[in-house]
Structure formats: C-alpha cells, structure tokens
Design a protein around this ligand. Structure first.
Ligand code: AMP
Ligand code: ZN
Length: 114
C-alpha cells in the first residue's frame, strides 16, 4: 500500500535488518529498540491492525505467532522468556498502521505495561 512504512520495508524501498522471512511474513529489528531483543513480525499483505483481520487471515495470524516461537529460540530468549505485543489503534499505542507483532526480550518485563 502507498505511503505505508512497513510496505516500503517489504518492497525494499526502506532498509531494515531482517532476521527472518518466508513467503508470507518478514521479521526485522525495531529501529528504536525498547529491550535488548526487539523484533517486529509483519505480514507481507497490508492489514491495518487486528481490527481488520478476518477469518481468511487465520493461517497468516497463526504464522505470525509461530514466528515468535522460532525467533525467540533463534535469539536465545525462549527459556528465560519474552513478550509479544500487538498495539492496536490509539489507546493501544499503535503508530504504524500495518499490523505488526513486537517480540521483546533480554530483560525483565514489567506488568502492567504503561
Ligand atoms: P507501534 O507503536 O506498535 O505501531 O510500533 C511501531 C514500531 O515501529 C515502533 O516500535 C518503531 O520503533 C518501529 N519502527 C518505526 N520505523 C521503523 C523502521 N524504519 N524500521 C524498523 N522499525 C521501525
Ligand atoms: Zn503496509
């Protein structure tokens, strides 16, 4: 989609440090990490947020979650633990409107989040 930052990363107009890619999804380091490990997983298909997911995206949503398992293991944070977050719309703190899952690890997370 035009003017979507993450679509530009997918099509190579903007570079990012990729850590994983397959036919449907891509994962890359967050440019402004909030934890020692901070990776974003996005679908190659433009979907605005969780609110725009529908039942035909069920496999894609599953792939994104399974990528968290693989990436956490690859990054060595699977057993100590990590956090996944989908910020959604304003109250959720979403700033980029192409659905993405944050994977954060490498430090103790706090609860509740701010
Ligand atoms: P959110 O606030 O949940 O929408 O998350 C958007 C995330 O995208 C933030 O954590 C940003 O630091 C990150 N971000 C913004 N621009 C880039 C970029 N060019 N490459 C990688 N991550 C980015
Ligand atoms: Zn997009």
């Amino acid at each position: 989609m035009d003017n979507c930052l993450f679509c530009k990363i997918i099509n190579g107009e903007i570079t990012a440090k990729k850590v994983y890619e397959n036919e449907h999804i891509i994962a890359f380091n967050d440019i402004d990490p909030k934890a020692p490990i901070h990776i974003l997983v996005i679908p190659k298909k433009h979907i605005r947020s969780i609110n725009e997911l529908n039942s035909s995206d069920i496999n894609l949503a599953g792939e994104i979650i399974l990528a968290a398992k693989k990436i956490a293991k690859d990054q060595g944070v699977d057993s100590k633990g990590f956090r996944v977050v989908f910020n959604t719309n304003d109250d959720g703190g979403q700033t980029v409107y192409h659905i993405h899952m944050h994977i954060m690890g490498g430090r103790q997370m706090q609860w509740p989040p701010g």
